[in-house]
Design a protein around this ligand. Structure first.
Ligand SMILES: [Zn+2]
Length: 119
């Protein structure tokens, strides 16, 4: 499943951050999941619950998921906008329909709360 590989790399990324910041434990992870990412939030959460058991730093972490809206960029005039509907539209600026999804297709690590060695 797609969610599992994404969660697995998310945990790796968290571990890297923890190491860089001399943190021994991660308390909270906030990720943004794009509405066009094709990822299932509940699957993502259950995958996280499974994977975090195997990670020393993430074991106690709480995962927060924020929905990220799709953002489109017009390929013709470069206008960036958030569509009202999930369907592809046309550029409100120049009426061109050649649009590119520039946000909302992936998972982004937004924030980490870590506990350092001294505490
Ligand atoms: Zn345009």
């Amino acid at each position: 499943m797609h969610e599992y590989s994404v969660v697995s790399s998310l945990i790796e990324l968290c571990e890297e951050h923890a190491q860089k910041n001399n943190a021994i434990r991660i308390e909270k992870i906030i990720v943004g999941i794009g509405e066009r990412s094709g990822m299932d939030k509940s699957l993502f959460l259950s995958a996280f619950e499974t994977f975090k058991e195997e990670s020393k730093v993430c074991r106690e972490a709480i995962l927060d998921i924020i929905d990220e809206k799709v953002e489109l960029t017009c390929k013709k005039c470069g206008y960036v906008f958030i569509p009202d509907k999930i369907e592809y539209g046309i550029c409100p600026n120049c009426k061109n329909s050649d649009l590119e999804i520039t946000k909302g297709r992936e998972m982004n690590l937004l924030s980490l709360e870590m506990i350092g060695e001294d505490k």
